[in-house]
Design a protein around this ligand. Structure first.
Ligand code: SF4
Length: 474
């Protein structure tokens, strides 16, 4: 663990509420960076799970600079993975809340003001038009366009509305800050993907640091997703997920082999880690790859065992460097350096880029449509490629009612699709149980039998006759 005493704090983060708007200008060795990244990952996981040990853990990041460096390092780690981004945003918000509780009024006010001055282009649309300062460092209330309010405050009528402006009182400042912080983090994580790819390509040390942290993050992601949110790919549900939930790139690679064609090196390199990340157990992966390879008459059982089985085990972290392999992000798959345009019998890369339009349409049609999006105009925002936007539209078309989210990783497609169908199943189960209750209610007609009414006069023993009656009975 990091020896904090070696790096004495000049500016402590304890008691403050950092919102990380500016990148720190600091240089740390690779070992310290790794330690910082690990420490922050553990801290965030504890805070996110509301672990009571988290508060005791906070002093480990007590230096403002180290704290900021660890935060930005995790941005680099998470920005190209949808699930990791969500995990980071949730966990950082939990940490912000914890720090808010421990901070003084002045520090809380400083955080509020900092978020207020985020430039429009970089941060939240929300601008607090007026800080109603009343002589104290902390305002009693702030006013803002009501459309920028956190929905919770609006729903619970916890603000005053007048002429389109909402005034929020002091006890509700934290939800405001959290909303601004979340939006800012979402925006920067979304926009920094391309920049981070270039950064990692130029800096081998940073890349090694990120690779070092990835397995730990993956563990947290797996445990936080839980059984119901996980993809949990197995041979038993492979066909169903291939048809319904695989992204076009994975569908194309699987189909290519099923057509009896030999998947070349880059295609295997692309598909192997994705199947592992989707949860396919090693034994089942070996069985699946054996079956697929042996469709090709040139591959024998012996060559599979001696060559291909090794690479599959390698992807699971059982051979070589003994680190599990992770799927390539969309950006890297689209990168010509990593995946050059396939030639001849090759099938790797992103089909939105590598396939002819007719073949792409055919692929999309075979797997539930979405090819109509190819005629739509695409103007990708900075940091995204048009292929990622097309893929996101295909997702929307295949999953009606889902939100648009630019595709950054094939696993993002797979996880979102899996969650979509799981929610649909849960909805259907709820609807069918409600229908059953309704049928039961309808069948439950009142008992047609009328209650028996005794029309004869009741015989009531009178007290003065009781002894006589009792003796007679005996
Ligand atoms: Fe796969 Fe990404 Fe291309 Fe979609 S955009 S097909 S997920 S590589």
């Amino acid at each position: 663990m990091l020896d904090i005493s070696d790096v004495l704090a000049s500016q402590q983060v304890l008691g403050t509420v950092p919102v990380y708007l500016n990148t720190p200008d600091a240089i740390f060795s690779q070992e310290i960076l790794q330690e910082l990244g690990q420490t922050r990952l553990e801290l965030l996981e504890k805070v996110k799970n509301d672990d009571p040990g988290a508060s005791g853990f906070l002093p480990l990041l007590f230096d403002a600079e180290m704290d900021a460096v660890s935060h930005f390092l995790l941005r680099v780690l998470c920005c190209n993975d949808g699930a990791a981004s969500i995990w980071m945003i949730d966990a950082e918000e939990a940490l912000l809340k914890l720090r808010w509780e421990q901070a003084s009024d002045e520090e809380q006010c400083a955080a509020l003001k900092q978020m207020n001055f985020v430039p429009e282009s970089q941060g939240p649309r929300s601008r607090w038009v007026n800080l109603l300062v009343t002589g104290e460092s902390m305002p009693y209330a702030v006013s803002m366009p009501f459309t920028d309010l956190p929905p919770k405050l609006l729903a619970e009528r916890r603000c005053k509305l007048r002429k389109g402006l909402a005034t929020v009182e002091r006890q509700d400042f934290l939800p405001l800050l959290c909303q601004c912080f979340r939006r800012h983090l979402q925006t920067v994580l979304q926009k920094s993907g391309q920049h981070v790819e270039l950064l990692l390509r130029d800096s081998e040390q940073l890349k090694q640091t990120v690779d070092h942290l990835r397995p730990q993050l993956e563990q947290f992601l797996l445990s936080s997703r839980g059984d119901e949110a996980g993809v949990n790919l197995q041979l038993s549900n492979f066909q169903e997920m291939y048809e319904k939930s695989f992204p076009p790139c994975m569908q194309y690679l699987v189909k290519f082999q099923r057509d009896g064609k030999h998947l070349k090196h880059l295609g295997r390199k692309q598909l192997r880690p994705l199947l592992r990340e989707a949860g396919l157990p090693l034994e089942e992966a070996l069985a699946w790859w054996r079956r697929e390879f042996l469709r090709d008459v040139t591959v024998t059982q012996e060559s599979f065992d001696s060559e291909h089985a090794y690479h599959i085990k390698h992807a699971y972290g059982l051979e070589g460097k003994r680190k599990p392999a992770y799927g390539w992000s969309c950006w890297r798959t689209l990168d010509q350096m990593q995946f050059p345009v396939p030639k001849g019998p090759e099938a790797h890369g992103c089909p939105f880029k590598s396939l002819e339009e007719a073949d792409l349409r055919e692929l999309l049609r075979q797997h539930g449509g979405g090819d109509e999006v190819l005629t739509q105009e695409v103007s990708p925002p900075v940091g995204l490629a048009s292929e990622q936007i097309c893929c996101a539209r295909v997702f929307q078309s295949r999953h009606p009612g889902s939100e648009f989210e630019a595709m950054k990783h094939p696993m993002q497609f797979l996880r979102r699709s899996h969650a979509y169908y799981a929610a649909q199943l849960a909805g259907e189960a709820e609807a069918s149980s409600a229908a059953q209750v309704q049928v039961m209610k309808e069948n439950c007609v009142p008992n047609p039998k009328k209650p028996r009414i005794c029309r004869k006069p009741l015989r009531v023993a009178q007290l003065d006759q009781f002894d006589e009656y009792f003796q007679f009975k005996k």
